[in-house]
Ligand binder design. Structure first.
Ligand SMILES: Cc1ncc(COP(=O)(O)O)c(C=O)c1O
Length: 395
């Protein structure tokens, strides 16, 4: 059986107990697999929460980072960086936007987006975001994340946010006031449980932005960098944001965030307006340049193909415990009925040496690496269906 958490050890730990950690330590990783400290092999269908898209110990990314490590690993943004320039050019090209600010994480990328939108807006400072959305844990991004449970104990929030239901363009129209400068959304809500935009929703939001001169900010921290089978998820929906934020998968596990913005917004930002000591550090940027080279059109087509295949296999599973299966590319959610708590399914999967996590109220979130093959899908489905059967019979 799965080992119980050692509560005495937990009480003695000097780590802040802000995470509910599962009792396994991974000490090695190779491709699609993670290894625990006893050599146990785990199928990694979580990817460090949408981060290690090209798998663990990827030799090409590793070589790029090693080369950088052997030259210089920190300089600061007081000096020029041709590697940052190369990465920024690639991101500008992929997004159709012009300028890039580098930071270290998703929440920082969103903080920058909020600041840049406000600088551009002048007197107009309000930003509309969607209920259930998640943009990070620092005060600005937290205040943009319309989830009451995240706010408890942390008031007062940063003012200037308005919250509307996701997938409801009319609600946006109804909450427009003169002080609104931007609409900020995840194209697919990740933390909320892999909630896809309904047909036409994002396009309608873009039309509202055009009509009222608002900025469209898309948080692609989880959905971006190939995860859904396009470089950015919004590219499936033919919309053109003014600001895009990215992080997670961009450097395959090294810390990097990026805020990508249009020329008209960039013009408002002057030296000293924003910055970061570590942002765009040489090791992360070396990894990211390598990730972007690997993320060819063929790779993204493959992500889309294998993602569809996986989704279809999951849809075929006939179990009273499953309420809904949904996703795009390799971002998939399995929503369970009340009978099956997703957190318990995650623990049972871990016992079977499969790594996944929970999102939303009761959804299993699957974010496998881009390098999975049919063999890994079969391995997952076998473990998953045996758990569903045992779980169902137990009840
Ligand atoms: C859509 C989205 N935005 C922002 C964040 C915050 O990113 P980070 O944890 O790197 O600050 C996350 C993290 O899960 C996310 O999913």
């Amino acid at each position: 059986m799965y080992p119980q958490k050692n509560l005495v050890l937990e009480a003695k730990s000097n780590l802040l107990q802000n995470y509910k950690r599962l009792p396994v330590e991974f000490t090695d990783g190779d491709g699609v697999y993670l290894y625990d400290n006893e050599g146990g092999e785990y199928l990694d269908f979580l990817c460090g929460i949408a981060v290690t898209g090209f798998g663990h110990s990827n030799s090409i990314i590793k070589r790029a980072v090693e080369e950088q490590l052997n030259s210089v690993w920190h300089v600061s943004n007081l000096f020029e960086s041709s590697e940052q320039e190369i990465l920024a050019k690639k991101l500008a090209h992929k997004s159709g936007l012009e300028k890039v600010f580098f930071c270290n994480s998703g929440t920082e990328a969103n903080e920058a987006a909020i600041k840049f939108a406000r600088k551009y807006g002048g007197e107009k400072t309000s930003i509309i975001t969607a209920i259930g959305g998640f943009h990070g844990r620092t005060m600005g991004s937290l205040s943009a994340s319309a989830q009451v449970k995240l706010w408890e104990g942390f008031h007062p929030l940063t003012p200037g946010f308005k919250y509307v239901p996701f997938n409801d363009a009319e609600a946006i129209r109804n909450s427009l006031t003169k002080d609104v400068i931007a609409i900020m959304l995840e194209p697919i809500q990740g933390e909320a449980g892999i909630i896809l935009p309904s047909p036409g929703y994002l396009k309608e939001v873009e039309e509202i932005c055009d009509e009222f001169g608002l900025l469209l900010i898309l948080d692609e921290v989880q959905t971006g960098i190939g995860r859904t089978g396009k470089f950015f998820a919004h590219q499936w929906y033919n919309v053109h944001p003014d600001i895009i934020t990215a992080a997670k998968g961009i450097a395959n596990g090294l810390p990097l965030g990026a805020t990508i913005l249009s020329g008209k917004i960039a013009e408002c930002i002057k030296p000293g307006d924003h910055g970061s000591t570590f942002g765009g550090n040489p090791l992360s940027v070396a990894a990211a340049n390598s990730v972007l080279n690997l993320l060819s059109a063929e790779t993204m087509a493959e992500i889309s193909h294998i993602g569809n295949l996986f989704l279809n296999e999951l849809i075929k599973i006939n179990s009273p415990l499953i309420k809904n299966v949904r996703g795009l590319g390799l971002m998939i959610g399995i929503e369970f009925s009340e009978m099956a708590p997703a957190s318990q399914i995650v623990e049972l999967l871990l016992q079977k040496k499969v790594v996944a996590c929970v999102a939303g109220r009761n959804t299993l979130r699957l974010l496998p690496p881009f390098i999975i093959t049919k063999k890994h899908i079969i391995q997952f489905i076998e473990s998953f269906t045996s758990i569903l059967k045992a779980f169902h019979l137990d009840k």
